[in-house]
Design a protein around this ligand. Structure first.
Ligand SMILES: Cc1cc2nc3c(=O)[nH]c(=O)nc-3n(C[C@H](O)[C@H](O)[C@H](O)COP(=O)(O)O)c2cc1C
Length: 191
């Protein structure tokens, strides 16, 4: 069976360290046999969630598109950058919109519940975004996602990559790719 994984990053920065890390994890999933789609959250029309907006105008197009994308995939591979000890507003806002009821009345949470997820993070600090991962894990858990234990937090990330966006430490590369592979295996088992 073909396992489809959606890779999303909580940073839209052009030189995002989290995107580089996510790409390595995604390659690990691909090498294991998954089909990985990379979605850039900033490309979706996603205003900050507002209940009045939703009541008056329904879901924005970006939210509908993101929901449809999540529906097509078996698992989520998420890079969760750390801002002030937590996950980013970009990522949480996207998840909030995804969780909302769809235009046809079906449940947005049902799109993610029971699916697997894996987390990676990168930060110039010493903890590599671990606090962001802890917060994001709780959010995904609340939505019924099965967040696998395999994860990777890259500390001192501003010094960790070479000019080609590869990790200088080949041992770390194997661990990050292993997160993608483990997600593939869990998704396959659940499918
Ligand atoms: C508003 C803000 C708050 C931040 N807070 C933290 C933090 O609490 N812990 C941390 O490790 N890094 C923190 N950082 C540094 C980010 O981890 C760093 O900018 C990282 O490169 C962002 O991810 P990106 O490279 O994928 O864009 C913060 C950055 C910003 C802009």
């Amino acid at each position: 069976m073909g396992v489809r994984i959606l890779a999303i990053n909580g940073s839209s920065r052009r030189e995002s360290l989290n995107q580089k890390l996510l790409d390595i994890a995604a390659q690990g999933a691909r090498d294991a046999g998954a089909e990985v789609t990379r979605a850039r959250l900033a490309d979706f029309d996603l205003p900050i969630y507002d209940g009045d907006f939703e009541a008056e105008r329904g879901l924005p197009n970006g939210a509908r598109k993101l929901q449809a994308l999540v529906e097509m995939h078996h698992a989520l591979l998420i890079a969760t950058p750390e801002y002030n000890g937590g996950y980013t507003a970009l990522l949480k806002n996207a998840i909030d919109w995804i969780s909302r009821p769809r235009g046809d009345g079906s449940n947005g949470i049902a799109l993610v519940a029971g699916k697997a997820a894996a987390l990676v993070s990168a930060s110039p600090g010493q903890l590599g975004g671990l606090r962001s991962q802890a917060g994001m894990r709780a959010v995904l858990d609340k939505l019924g996602m099965l967040v696998i234990p395999q994860a990777f937090a890259l500390s001192m990330a501003h010094e960790a990559f070479d000019a080609k966006g590869q990790l200088k430490d080949s041992n770390a590369t194997g661990l990050v790719a292993g997160v993608g592979e483990a997600l593939y295996r869990m998704a396959l088992r659940l499918a």
